[in-house]
Design a protein around this ligand. Structure first.
Ligand SMILES: C[S@@+](CC[C@H](N)C(=O)[O-])C[C@H]1O[C@@H](n2cnc3c(N)ncnc32)[C@H](O)[C@@H]1O
Length: 285
């Protein structure tokens, strides 16, 4: 395996530092992860063949593996997969891991009952191609389950992101995801591929207590690692925003950070062959 993710997409940061940041800031409370797992297993059963696409450091796949033994993880980033392997060292039934690209999946047609994605698509520049690959590797009546989960950006976190966006614009720094720019664009593309939304399940809403300084550094890390904003800019903006925040908050004050977790479930049209033909035509245009 090689670090092809950071080489071919140098603007994205799932490199070694990004792995540490990701692992430290992205976990959900154990009961929420369990609810996520139960919703998936209730929908698919225990025997389903599942591809966790963009599996990352495995925070979800490891949990899913407890009840769904046929789960496979694929990711572009060698550092993310290495961290996942390390976590699995002591586990007997490991999730098989493959380094690969969501836009060129190394699987035969109709290999899976379900493709799971969590926080993947914003990072995939050729995301249309990735969706057509998902359609190709899914069995007839297979499902794409996309987890929409994490902070709702209400409260202080939302204010901090707004402040970051304004500061970046002022400094002429471009920070945008290479993938779909909105949920609407993503869902529109799926509909154009004859996929139908067959479920939209709200699993949980909850709030996490965070210290102001923790939120400040998590949001800064987001711009550093997810958008690869240069470190000098990150430090300057972080300082500016921290100074302003201190006019209103104590750095060790605790605030609530609202979170929500939803599943959006898609089934590609019954006439899969024609969908795949259309995908091929579409991406050749
Ligand atoms: C934000 S992380 C999410 C990881 C995991 N799904 C989770 O929720 O913990 C996004 C992951 O997508 C992977 N990724 C981005 N583009 C990819 C691509 N084209 N093919 C495969 N993986 C990709 C990154 O390497 C990273 O591990």
């Amino acid at each position: 395996m090689s670090d092809c993710f950071s080489r071919s997409a140098p603007h994205l940061g799932f490199t070694q530092d990004g792995v540490d940041f990701y692992d430290q800031t992205r976990s959900w409370p154990p009961n929420i992860t369990m609810m996520w797992r139960e919703s998936i297993v209730a929908r698919l059963g225990n025997a389903a063949n599942i591809l966790d696409l963009g599996v990352g450091t495995g925070r979800l796949a490891i949990e899913l593996r407890r009840e769904a033994p046929n789960v496979v993880g694929l990711d572009f980033s060698f550092p993310m997969l290495s961290r996942f392997s390390r976590k699995q060292r002591e586990i007997k039934d490991k999730v098989p891991l493959i380094q690969g690209d969501a836009t060129m999946l190394p699987f035969h047609e109709s290999s899976f009952d379900c493709v799971l994605t969590t926080h993947l698509w914003p990072f995939v520049a050729e995301w249309h191609r990735g969706l057509s690959e998902v359609c190709r590797v899914l069995r007839r009546s297979g499902l794409l389950i996309d987890t929409e989960g994490g902070p709702t950006f209400e409260g202080l976190r939302g204010e901090l992101h707004d402040a970051w966006q304004r500061a970046l614009v002022r400094r002429g720094v471009v920070a945008r995801y290479p993938g779909p720019q909105s949920r609407h664009a993503f869902e529109k593309a799926l509909r154009e591929l004859c996929a139908r939304k067959v479920g939209h399940i709200s699993i949980a809403t909850w709030s996490e207590s965070k210290q102001v300084k923790e939120l400040l550094s998590t949001v800064a890390g987001h711009y550093q690692f997810c958008f690869c904003v240069p470190l000098s800019e990150v430090k300057a903006i972080q300082k500016e925003i921290e100074t302003r925040a201190m006019n209103h908050f104590q750095l060790d004050e605790t605030v609530l950070d609202p979170q929500s977790l939803k599943l959006s479930i898609w089934r590609f049209g019954a006439n899969r062959e024609s969908v795949i033909d259309r995908c091929v035509r579409w991406f050749r245009e």
